[in-house]
Design a protein around this ligand. Sequence first.
Ligand code: ACO
Length: 424
Amino acid sequence: MKAVIEIDGKRLEYPILEGTRGPKVLDIRTFYKDTGMFTYDPGFTSTASCSSDITFINGEQGELRYRGYPIEELAKSHRYSDVCYLLLNSKLPSKEESDEFDNELRHRAFIDEGLRKLFDAFPRTAHPMAMLSSAVSALSAFYFDHLDISEDESFQEMSARIIAKIPTLAAFAYRRGLGIPIIQPDIDRYFTENFLYMMRAYPGGKFHREVGKKAPTTIRDIEVKALDTIFTLHADHEQNASTTTVRTVASTGAHPYAAISAGINALWGRAHGGANESVIAQLEMIGDIKNVDSFIKRAKDPNDSFRLMGFGHRVYKNFDPRAKILKGLQDQLKDELNLDSRLLEIANRIEEIALSDEYFIKRNLYPNIDFYSGVILTALGIPKNLFTAIFVIGRTVGWVTQWMELKKDPKAKIARPRQLYIGK
Ligand code: ACO
């Protein structure tokens, strides 16, 4: 199949590529050479920057698959570490492989004492994302010599190390913010449980109890399952802004952890992963169900920059399937996790209005994953300034898998877009 483009009477033919699923793709790689013209596509709304066999999204139907597996099945029947294995190895692990990978993550979760000390230098008021991205950048200084990108084993080691250490660094950032002593991981605990442990435990393995607060003092299986599901839902999402950032930095030959640190910074923004923090801040700002209407009115006002956080998505023009799963989880956990009923009431009212309002319907604005994650994370005792770091923990496997794909792609080039110059 070919496309014919006529420019100034000159007929040019361009191949149309077909993936295994999804829209066809016009291959314009020789367009500049043929015509001396660039294509113009701010925000890459029509541009495929790579070919990939990791994640598939059908935004019209609200479908998401990792390595061919539907997200619903993965979230329901597989633990997060197995989903990581699937993304990295293109197959679900056997029982033995699963145990081995789990064990590797436990062993690699520890942080060098020198890197731990970096956290002492941050002010307690520092945002956890600032600490996390800096620490991941610093990690490239600790593991610089061990990477041989021509060897599969080296890739696997690099991947497992960063996936395992990110939760530890996120917990360090959390504890630095509270001014409480940092603790290293407990090797006897599974990935997700370990993260909750590193957040909640006193040094010596005891659990802390915040005076005057109903703080979680132990780790319940249901909490581990809820957080594990949240990690799985965030594990990859094809060429979004942070993944594109990781690939762009990787294309220059920079250290993988430098690329991932850049991805963390890209994720931080409110239009991307930072939305989860903004959703809860917005629900708290609305404060009462009776104020919902006036905020909806503001969101619809073209002269007001206010946006309903947790609504809309570049790719999903239908319900975000991850949001559907989280809404189900929210309903299921409402009583068991003692979810904040006031915030839930406001969120439900916003959802109800938005889904039946002409403005949102016309623009295909549905709740996205961030709209539902916050209420569950709050019930797990996770403060809202740590929400985007939770997203980072889940997404690291996606970034590292995309990094590997780029490195193995013989067609990959340094990312270098062009421009339409309108200056003097
Ligand atoms: N509230 C109100 N109006 C909105 C919203 C919203 N949340 N999102 C989009 N719109 C409107 C825009 O004003 C625009 O209206 P117009 O056509 O009248 O000008 C139209 O819908 C299209 O919006 P764009 O910004 O062009 O859509 P784009 O695909 O570029 O942006 C984005 C997608 C950034 C997610 C946007 O919907 C948004 O800002 N949402 C709120 C932030 C958020 O929840 N981000 C998380 C995304 S999911 C994730 O990263 C994990």
